[in-house]
Structures are given as structure tokens and as C-alpha cells.
Write a protein that binds this ligand. Sequence first.
Ligand code: GLA
Length: 507
Amino acid sequence: MNKRWILTAALMGAFSVLSVASPAAAPQAADRSKVILTPKPGPEPNINGPKVFGVRPGRPFLYRIPCTGERPISFAVKGLPGGLAVDAASGIITGTAPAAAGRYPMTFAARNDKGSAEREFVLVVGDTLALTPPMGWNDWYIHYEGITEKHMREAAETMIASGMADYGYMYVNIDDCWMKKKGETPYRDGKGVILPNAKFPDIKGMVDFIHGKGLRAGLYTSPGPWTCAGYVGSQGYEELDASTFAAWGFDFLKYDWCSYGDTAAGEDREKAMKPYKLMGDILKKQSRDIVYNLCQYGMSNVWEWGGSVGGNCWRTTGDLGNEASDTLPGFLKIGLSNAGHFAQAKPGQWNDPDYILIGWVGNTGEQRPTPLTGDEQYTYMSMWCLMAAPLIFSGDMSKLDDFTLNILCNNEVIEIDQDALGKQGRIIRKTPDEMVMVKELEDGSRAVGLFNLGVTPKDVSISFRDLGFSGKAGVRDLWRQKNLGNFRDTYAARVNPRGVILVRVTK
Ligand code: GLA
């Protein structure tokens, strides 16, 4: 159990100074590792996104078909179950999920005057949400206490305008600080319904706006009386808050331990599970699907029980933005710690190593571009995808630059994260200087990350035997989206300092 983190989260909360730690100096104009490797998508339609999607029977369904290519694009769905309809111009599917549990295969089709595309998609009606790791944006590491409804609406607009949604990003999530702060009474109305603060004058309207774009909305609360930043929590109001969130239309809840530590110490597993089980059971009863994100910094080995209390993903560590850097950048330390829990990840239940802190990040007054080098950013995204981590960007949506979008929006890299088999990659070799991580994929191929953890260029290799393959195999570079050819028994690449070569190896 990580006492340090509880302390950090509970005491510092919103006031902790962001240190998106990297030993690297602030990026120089000549940071040669900041090369855009991801090819631009073509003008013809190309459909992205997960191939499976879980819903509960009879619940409202909303899904915007992620698709690149020049607009206008005309969308159609073959085999769409009754109760659902697709808007041909936007590709947004709305309606009610089938009442009967089962698998509902369908084919998405997209056409423009440059070409056409199809993609298989299976709606899995049952009890499991988040069959692939959630993708989206969370405001924490850029807005902190300054978050407003306007920021959230603008983020939804940018998720569409930047093209992020065309790659499968769909959750637009408010973190802490949307409710009233300690002392700012009344916290709730006469019936006990929680009141958003003045920066959120129309929270239901905000959710409707996000939904109108075909995106989903998320929010945050704590099982304790106060959130980490000292705002009103849900203790004693769990049922009412969950039904309020559902009535407002929210699709995702982050439930952050924070001041619950005053109610129960975290060492005792039963005590640690209790508030999460309570909310997990309540969420299942709601009239809409709400993806459930546990945030308690990995206490009591949450990866061993997070799924049993209804969690769809659980933070395995303390806050990435607070992780101090010594020999390794903070994200690498967090990532390496998260990597140890590979056995527990599966569809609907993911280890969450925290957000993707790239682009512009930092608290009000200290916002700046990430100090990570380009290579470190490739390493970050590659590790998160190999670990089937939720892909939640938490930098400034209003300052997305081409390099950041290149990291966030490579469909072949994202496909590794979203693979329907739902296995988390595991480290098969690690020394202080290098690491090889391998993820089994649904089609029998393997995604392999060859990482250089050191500060000088290095050759890193993989033996096909370690992938369960023998003889020849095809190797494709996923960041460059380029076939490298067929190789016998082994593949080796020269890797930049703190960089990665991410390949897909197919027998
Ligand atoms: C904790 C969480 C963070 C963030 C803040 C909000 O520190 O771990 O992700 O939600 O609280 O106060």
C-alpha cells in the first residue's frame, strides 16, 4: 500500500505542483526526436475504433463511427439491430440497445467521392462495459480548479475538429472541482441533490451538448465527504448522486478515494473495497451505462479485486503528474509499475496508469509544453497501448499541435490498445538500459515494443521464439505504418535514447 500517495492525493490534491517529470531539459528547437512519424490519413474514408463494444440490455446507446477521410462522408450500417438508427451525415448511432443479451455483429460502411470503406463491429449486449479500454480526455492536468463548463464544451468541439474522435476518442470527462468547495454552502438543494458550482451553470445542457456531438461525458466524485481538492464528495449520498449523474446523462464516473481515508484506512482490503462495491452496485442499477473508474492509487492491490466490485478500470499508482523524476521520467516509473499487473487486465477490467500528459500541461499560471522529448512521448504512448491502458489525454485541448496529434492519433498504434482479445502486454526482458514488451493480439500476431531506457542509441532485439513463433515472420513498423519485410528467427532495431520501435510481428 502506498501511503505516500494517499498523502499526496489527500493533502495536496489540486494544489500539487505539476511535475510532468523528465530529466530531459525543456525541448530545444532542435529536438531531433520530435519527428512526426505517423503518416497523414488519406482522403478516402478509413473506419477506426474498437471492433467490439459492450452495452447493458435496453440502455440508451450512443456511438459516433470513428472515421478519417475528407468530409462529407456518407455512413450506413448493415445489420443494425432494431431500436438503433444511424445518421448518414454524421455517422452517429443513437437509440436503445437490444433487450436480449447476445452478440450483434454489424458492418459499418462509409463513402465519399474519393472512395469507400467497411469495418466489422460487434455490439455485445450483456453485463460488461468497456470491452476495450476507454478513450477520451480529462481536464485535470491542464485546468485543475479552473475548470469551467465552457472548457468542457470546447473540449468536445475540439475532439471532433482536431480529428481525435475519428480515431476513437469519445469520453469528455470533468475531473474534480465541478461541485461546491468546502465553505461554499449550500452544497445540496432541499432534497439533497448535489449542486454544481457557479462555473457549471447548466451541467445537463453541457452533457446534452457533448452527446449531440456523438461523444460521451464523464465526471468525478469521492466516496468521502470531500474530494482531493476539498470540494463536496458523495459520502452518505451515494444513491442520490448516482441517480443524479445518470439523470444528467453522464456515461463515466471516476470515484476518487481522497477524504474517505478519514473513514477507513486503506491497508485493510475489506475496508478499501467497501465504498467501491457500494457505488459499483448502485451504478449497475442506473438507467444508463456508466463506465466505472476506480481511483485509489493502487491500495490493497486493487488490481486483484477492482473487477469484482464492478470497476472497469482502476488506477494502479499515485498521480503521474506528481511522480518525481530521478533516473527515469515519471511516466516510465509509473508505466513500469503498472506493467507488473498484466495478468489482471481483461475486457471490461483494465489497469489504469493515469492520463497521457503530453502537449500543453500544467496548473494555471505554470502551463507549458511537456518537457518530454519526442522519443519519450513515443515511448509513453507505445507503453500505454501495449498495456491496454485507458487512453485519456489530459493536456490542453485548445493547444493541440501536430506533433501531439501524431502521438495521440495513429490508428495502427491505437488498434494495439483496443485489440478485442483484451490482453495486457508483458515485459519479457528488462535491464536498466532496455526493455521488450509483448502483447498478444486477437489475430494471432504480436505487438512488440523495443524500448531503449538509456541515454545513448542502442540496438534492441526480439527473438521470435519468445513470441511463440519459429522461422520467418513479417514485421511492420506501427509508428511509420510501414512493412519492414520478413525476418528469420529474430528482429533487431537501433532505438533512440528513451525511445521505442513499436512493431507488429505476424507469423
Ligand atoms: C487525485 C487523483 C487525480 C485527480 C485529483 C483531483 O489526486 O488521483 O487524478 O483526480 O485527485 O483532486
